[in-house]
Write a protein that binds this ligand. Structure first.
Ligand code: C2E
Ligand code: CA
Ligand code: CA
Ligand code: CA
Length: 379
C-alpha cells in the first residue's frame, strides 16, 4: 500500500530494504523469495519443531519492524507472518505455502505479528474480501466454470442428471472451490449476477445434453437470499425459455436455512417455480435445523441426506439411524431421497438396502468438466 501513499520510487526502495533485512535474519541454506506485491516467502531449513519455527519468525518480524530510512523519510513497517511446518502442516511446498498464507491472513486480522498454522484455520475473512473485490470482474471476464457431478438412480444405476458446482479459475490462485469465495459473496449484491451466470450456464449445458439424445436433468444450488428475491421465478422462466428447456429438467437445491428466514415468501417463490415444473430439493438435510412443519408446507420433491451422515454409514450406528430415518420420513411425505457423499461401493450397497432412491459421490464420479459429460453418459 506504500506505493499509493508515497509513490513507486519510495515503495520500491522500501521493499529493497525489507529484502535486505530479511536476508540478514536468514541462515545458510535458507531461501527467500518475493511472492508479489509486498509478500515474501521464507523457507527455513533444519527447523523441525513449531517453537523454533515461530521463534525464528519472531526474529524476522522484529528486524523488519525497525524503522527504515528511505530518501530521508523514516518508515515503519507492520509485519504479519504465517508459519507452516513440514511435516506437521503438509509435505509439499505448495501445501505449505498455502497454509502459511492462511496463517498470515489470520495473523493480519488478529493484529498479532506471527501465527502458526492451525488445522482448524479457514481462509481468513481478509482473503475472502480480497477475492470478493475481484469476483465481479471475474464474472465479466468469464473466469467462472461449472463442473458437473452425476446423480444416479440407485436401483438401476442409470444417470438421471448432474449437479452443477461452480468453480473460479483464478488467474493467480488456480481453480478455487466455492468455499473460497461463495460465503463472502452470499450477503452481497454479487450473488445475483453469480446465480444468473450459474443458472444460464447450467440450463444451456443441460439443453445441449438433451439435444444429444440424453434424457437427463440438471440441479443448481441456490442460496437462501436468491429465494427471497421475488423476481427469481421470472428469471428462471426466461432462461428456460431461451434454451427451450422444459421446467422438469431443472432442479433447484436449497438449504434448510433458506426456508427459515421467511417461510411464507419462500413458499410463494417455490410455488411459482413448481407451476413451471421446476423441482426443488432440500440440500444438506439433517445438518441444520429444519422444522418438520416447513417440510409439510413447502412444495419440495426430494431430500438430500447430508453427506456427513452418509460417508460413514457403515461404521457409525448413529449415522445409519439418521439416514434410515430420513429415508422413512421422505417416503412417508411422498418425497424422493438422495444420498450425497457416497465414497465406497459398500455404502452404496447399504443405501440400496435402506431404500434410498438416488445417490451421488466420489465412488460414482467426482464433479467433472463440462467436456467430459457426454463421454460419461456414453460409457
Ligand atoms: P453441496 O451442494 O452439498 O455440494 C456437494 C459438495 O460435496 C461439492 O463440493 C462436491 O464436490 C462434494 N462432494 C461430492 N461427492 C463427494 C464425496 O463423495 N465425498 C466428499 N467428501 N465430497 C463430495 P463443492 O463443489 O466444493 O461445493 C461446496 C458447496 O458450495 C456446495 O455444497 C454448495 O452448497 C455450494 N455451491 C456450489 N456451487 C454453487 C452454486 O453455483 N451456487 C450456490 N449458491 N452454491 C454453490
Ligand atoms: Ca499487504
Ligand atoms: Ca447441492
Ligand atoms: Ca449437500
Amino acid at each position: 500500500d506504500v506505493n499509493d501513499t508515497l509513490g513507486h520510487a519510495v515503495g520500491d526502495r522500501l521493499l529493497v530494504e525489507v529484502a535486505h533485512a530479511l536476508r540478514a535474519s536468514m541462515r545458510s541454506g535458507d531461501l527467500a523469495t518475493r511472492l508479489g506485491g509486498d509478500e515474501f516467502a521464507v523457507l527455513l531449513r533444519h527447523v523441525t519443531d513449531p517453537e523454533t519455527a515461530t521463534q525464528r519468525a519472531r526474529e524476522v518480524a522484529s528486524r523488519l519492524e525497525r524503522p527504515f530510512a528511505v530518501d530521508g523519510v523514516t518508515l515503519e513497517v507492520g509485519v504479519s507472518i504465517g508459519v507452516a511446518l513440514r511435516p506437521w502442516h503438509g509435505d509439499d511446498i505448495g501445501t505449505l505455502l498455502q497454509r502459511a498464507d492462511v496463517a498470515m491472513y489470520r495473523a493480519k486480522r488478529e493484529g498479532s505479528g506471527v501465527r502458526l498454522y492451525e488445522p482448524a484455520d479457514q481462509p481468513g475473512d481478509d482473503i475472502r474480501l480480497e477475492l470478493l473485490a475481484e469476483l465481479r470482474g471475474a464474472i465479466e471476464r468469464g473466469e467462472l466454470r461449472l463442473h458437473f457431478q452425476p446423480k444416479i438412480a440407485l436401483r438401476t444405476g442409470r444417470t438421471i442428471g448432474f449437479e452443477a458446482l461452480v468453480r473460479w479459475q483464478h488467474p493467480e490462485r488456480g481453480l478455487l472451490l466455492p468455499a473460497a469465495f461463495l460465503p463472502a459473496a452470499e450477503r452481497t449484491a454479487l450473488m445475483r449476477p453469480l446465480t444468473d451466470w450459474v443458472l444460464r450456464e447450467a440450463i444451456r449445458s443441460c439443453a445441449g445434453w438433451r439435444a444429444a439424445g440424453w434424457d437427463v436433468d440438471v440441479a443448481v444450488n441456490v442460496s437462501p437470499s436468491t429465494l427471497l428475491d421475488e423476481d427469481f421465478p421470472t428469471l428462471v422462466t426466461g432462461l428456460l425459455a431461451a434454451e427451450a428447456l422444459p421446467g422438469h429438467a431443472l432442479e433447484l437445491e436449497i438449504t434448510e436455512t433458506a426456508a427459515m428466514v421467511d417461510p411464507q415468501r419462500t413458499a410463494d417463490t417455490l410455488l411459482r417455480l413448481q407451476a413451471m415444473g421446476v423441482r426443488v430439493s432440500i440440500d444438506d438435510f439433517g445438518a441444520g435445523y429444519t422444522s418438520l412443519s416447513y417440510l409439510k408446507n413447502l412444495p419440495i420433491s426430494a431430500l438430500k441426506v447430508d453427506r456427513g451422515f452418509v460417508t460413514n454409514l457403515l461404521t457409525d450406528r448413529a449415522d445409519e439411524a439418521v439416514t434410515r430415518t430420513v429415508v422413512q420420513l421422505a417416503h412417508d411425505l411422498g418425497l424422493l431421497v438422495v444420498a450425497e457423499g457416497v465414497e465406497t461401493a459398500e455404502v452404496q450397497q447399504r443405501l440400496v438396502e435402506l431404500g434410498c432412491d438416488e445417490a451421488q459421490g466420489y465412488v460414482i464420479a467426482r464433479p467433472m468438466e463440462p467436456s467430459s459429460v457426454l463421454d460419461w453418459l456414453a460409457d
